[in-house]
Design a protein around this ligand. Structure first.
Ligand code: AMP
Length: 194
């Protein structure tokens, strides 16, 4: 895994640990000689992560839609900032550039991006690891909801397990690096069972 796509908040959240984890991720990326792809924002956890990564010599690629860049929320000092026409093109471009996807603390935008790449993975549209870092239990209620949907028969156990999660950042990155794509996909399993 050479290039990591990170989805994270345009806010910093109420607990300083959310920003600390972004700095810890920047340190891990530098130590592992990896590059970062992210939404290109200069605000919130996004800005903290990009600044911390740049300060440690990590190449940082932003992919930002024109309407956000125009509002001057784009980061101005990235290794490369790609301005794209829409949110849809942004997600496709980030997926193309990255070898794996990680969600840090964030809100609706973060979850939307995470759930989309998770869905794409389940459909076999990519074979890259998708993970969520559960800082201080921030995402625990969400993980519980996913488990509930699995128990109720709306998410298959292998599809739930496709989404890696954990609270230990180095361990999660190691698991992402060691991850192997499943040999069957959601629609194939459905077809087999019918
Ligand atoms: P949220 O989690 O709702 O704060 O949204 C963060 C995610 O949405 C990021 O991963 C970005 O891709 C996108 N996003 C939201 N706000 C901005 C912004 N001001 N600049 C760039 N990207 C943004």
């Amino acid at each position: 895994m050479r290039t990591l796509a990170v989805f994270c908040g345009s806010a910093v959240g109420v607990n300083p640990i959310y920003s600390s984890i972004a700095v810890a991720l920047a340190e891990e990326l530098a130590r592992r000689e990896m590059s970062l792809v992210y939404g290109g924002g200069g605000v919130g956890i996004m800005g903290v992560l990009a600044d911390a990564a740049l300060a440690r010599g990590v190449p940082v690629y932003g992919v930002i839609p024109a309407h956000l860049e125009e509002k001057e929320v784009g980061h101005k000092h990235l290794t490369r900032q790609e301005v794209v026409p829409s949110m849809h093109v942004r997600k496709a471009r980030m997926a193309e550039l990255a070898d794996g996807f990680l969600a840090l603390p964030g809100g609706v935008g973060t979850l939307e991006e995470l759930f989309e790449v998770w869905t794409w993975g389940l459909l076999g549209l990519h074979g890259k690891p998708v993970a969520m870092l559960d800082v201080e239990g921030l995402f625990s209620p969400l993980i519980a909801a996913v488990d509930h949907l699995t128990a109720q028969g709306f998410i298959r156990a292998p599809d739930r397990d496709f989404l890696l999660h954990g609270a230990d950042l180095p361990d999660l990155l190691d698991r992402m690096a060691a991850w192997e794509r499943p040999t069957t996909f959601k629609w194939m399993r459905s077809v087999e069972e019918t």
